[in-house]
Design a protein around this ligand. Structure first.
Ligand code: HPA
Length: 274
């Protein structure tokens, strides 16, 4: 099993290496409705996930399914336009497979973005939130199984899952651009249902500021293999029961679309400095 995963990772890495001519330094994962950021990459090399050996294929509306390699904010990047979610039916290790491949390609840092529901009642739809920490409420961990010693230890430390260094840079960049950035704890549930109002009240008591269906598995794997992580949630809607209106994927994508110009500006300036 262990050899199997490593050889699958290496096979995907070798395919990509054959198509790019540089070592990416930063991996960037773009969430629902935020994929347009990928268009900003200079000297693009686009690789569809479906062309990469052993890669799953993304199925969610609003997500593309490809890598864009190139330069952004002066840095060599591997941008994921589209990610894999547990709720799509993949094994949890398939959802994090691209992170292992990016690590094998040479990234040392990763910036994750997502669309999330605002649980903290002081937030508003359209806010950005720096992820300070997370709670894995899906109770599924991608590192279950034989440990890949080459990548990291059996029992990885998660005390600083989100880099303080990168987070301070993000806050500073937001300040200089004149953008307000919230900060808080992201809580991961599997989905695909949005939460009930009672669940949101419970999550708030447990310390959640935002809730979503992605990111945490990728961040766990990145931490295990020593990749420095920073995360930003786009609060696309207030979570269930806070406002008197139903939630929809349409609203999530629409809000993400509306903030994309500011979000792109912020990410570029972060990339320049990290
Ligand atoms: N809940 C869970 N995931 C989400 C939400 C939400 O309200 N909004 C965007 N992703």
């Amino acid at each position: 099993m262990r050899e199997n995963i490593i050889s699958k990772i290496n096979e995907a890495r070798d395919y990509i290496k054959g198509r790019i001519d540089f070592v990416p330094e930063i991996g960037l994962i773009l969430g629902s409705g935020l994929g347009v950021m990928g268009e900003e990459v200079e000297d693009k090399i686009i690789i569809e996930y479906s062309d990469i050996p052993n890669f799953p294929v993304s199925t969610v509306e609003g997500h593309k399914s490809r890598f864009i390699f190139g330069t952004l904010g002066g840095k060599k990047v591997a941008v994921m336009q589209g990610r894999f979610h547990y709720y799509e039916g993949y094994h949890i290790q398939q959802t994090v497979f691209p992170v292992w491949v990016m690590k094998a390609l040479g990234i040392s840092k990763m910036i994750v973005t997502n669309a999330a529901g605002g649980v903290n009642t002081s937030f508003h739809a359209g806010d950005l939130m720096l992820i300070r920490d997370h709670i894995n409420f899906a109770c599924v961990n991608p590192l279950i199984g034989p440990n890949i010693e080459e990548f990291g230890p059996r029992f990885p430390d998660m005390s600083n899952a989100y880099s303080k260094r990168m987070s301070e840079i993000a806050l500073q960049c937001a300040k200089e651009i004149g953008m307000i950035m919230q900060e808080g704890t992201y809580m991961y549930l599997t989905g695909p249902t949005y939460e009930t109002p009672a669940e949101i009240r419970a999550l708030r008591v447990l310390g959640s500021d935002a809730v979503g269906m992605s990111t945490v598995p990728e961040v766990v794997v990145a931490n295990h293999c020593g990749v420095e992580v920073m995360g930003i949630s786009c609060i696309t809607n207030m979570a269930a029961g806070i406002l008197d209106q139903p939630l929809s994927h349409h609203e999530v994508v629409e809000t993400a679309e509306a903030v994309k110009v500011n979000f792109i500006k912020l990410l570029k300036s972060i990339l320049e400095r990290v």
